[in-house]
Write a protein of this length. Structure first.
Length: 375
């Protein structure tokens, strides 16, 4: 019996990555199903990391490509066309996947606490959760937001609810307001206009800071597109939501049936208590290689940067790192509504139907890369 018990213990230890002598391989945790983490997963399938146990922590069975979300809202794409299933990527990479969300992160003990109460130690951590909306903070700033607002993030939840809005829009003209700033909110407003042609669409964007900043050529093109496509732009802040209206900072009230909350950039509670150094925007402060400035075993990527796929494996093996390419040096394609798209590269920008064709081709090609071999 003792021999059998010892054999079973050895088998259990092996299944958990520990041999009979107590060997524990290093553990890499990928937190979030953002595009940078998915690119890293894809590269690990082709070139695995030796003696490294890898865990993906992502709550949904697929990741929606953010660049195609406006096209989905506009009705150009079905949801399946915009989504990358995680299971085939996980299977090809030979890693473990935990469909959970993070509840706490302790950078001192290098431990994650998940929503089921379990804990995961990490030797290396890659944070790529995509845009996060701190609902408690938004509710504090905009009372009534949790009861009456439709949050754009997580995208999986928003995508499941958006068809219901479209059904209402088919029955009657709606008053839709997109609350948020930046080009992502502009794209969303243009997408809503294309889908709900008979509805009133308003963008409630925070007032421009008085720092003399001039809008970029891309922003100017999106602003002109909104004007042409009958989207009202209010430079104000939302300070309260009710069932049929938005209270604005100036004291006025905006009649609204569907408030879409596209506010981004809040610091999630688990990050605020993590002991990681944060920047002025409340996000993880990183160096030129996307490593935490306070805990270099933590990488953080807020976009789809491809540099992570090289830098994280290189860091674990002591190899040279490469800084990611600056956004201003990359071609960016944005949804412009009405079969239009906007392209920007550095200080140059262009707009038109051919750009729209280019964007659709590039978006479909991006998603198709991850679907190869998924069946």
């Amino acid at each position: 019996m003792n021999a059998l018990a010892a054999h079973l213990k050895d088998h259990a230890d092996s299944a958990h990555g520990t041999d009979a002598h107590g060997y524990q391989p290093r553990q890499l945790v990928l937190l979030g199903g953002g595009m940078a983490n998915l690119q890293l997963l894809s590269s690990l399938a082709a070139k695995p990391l030796a003696e490294m146990r890898i865990i993906l922590v992502a709550p949904y069975p697929r990741s929606i490509y953010p660049g195609m979300l406006p096209g989905f809202v506009a009705g150009r794409y079905a949801l399946d066309e915009c989504a990358i299933p995680l299971e085939p990527l996980v299977r090809r990479a030979g890693i473990r996947w935990l469909p959970r969300t993070v509840r706490a992160l302790d950078a001192v003990t290098q431990t994650l606490e998940l929503d089921d109460g379990s804990r995961q130690h990490y030797d290396w951590l890659s944070v790529n959760t995509g845009p996060v909306q701190n609902r408690e903070q938004i509710e504090h700033d905009i009372p009534g937001a949790r009861e009456h607002g439709l949050f754009v993030h997580p995208m999986e939840t928003f995508a499941a609810l958006w068809p219901r809005v479209c059904e209402l829009g088919q029955a009657r003209a709606l008053r839709v307001a997109v609350v948020g700033g930046g080009t992502a909110a502009m794209e969303l407003a243009l997408a809503v206009r294309q889908r709900l042609t008979d509805s009133a669409v308003t963008l409630v964007a925070p007032p421009q800071p008085g720092d003399g900043r001039v809008p970029s050529p891309t922003e100017l093109r999106l602003i002109a597109a909104m004007k042409t496509q009958r989207i009202t732009v209010l430079h104000d802040t939302a300070v309260g939501l009710k069932a049929d209206e938005i209270k604005l900072g100036c004291g006025a009230r905006l009649a609204c049936d569907v408030p879409l909350l596209a506010i981004e950039g809040q610091t999630p509670a688990w990050l605020a208590r993590s002991a990681l150094a944060l920047d002025a925007q409340g996000q993880i402060a990183t160096d030129a290689y996307q490593r935490s400035t306070s805990h270099p075993q933590v990488f953080s990527v807020t976009d789809g940067s491809l540099a992570l796929a090289h830098n994280l494996p290189a860091a674990t093996t002591g190899k040279h790192l490469h800084p990611p390419r600056q956004a201003s040096q990359a071609l960016q394609l944005m949804f412009g509504g009405a079969h239009q798209a906007v392209a920007s590269w550095g200080t140059y920008s262009a707009q038109g139907r051919p750009i729209s064709w280019l964007k659709e081709w590039a978006d479909r090609r991006f998603v198709a890369r991850y679907l190869q071999g998924s069946s």
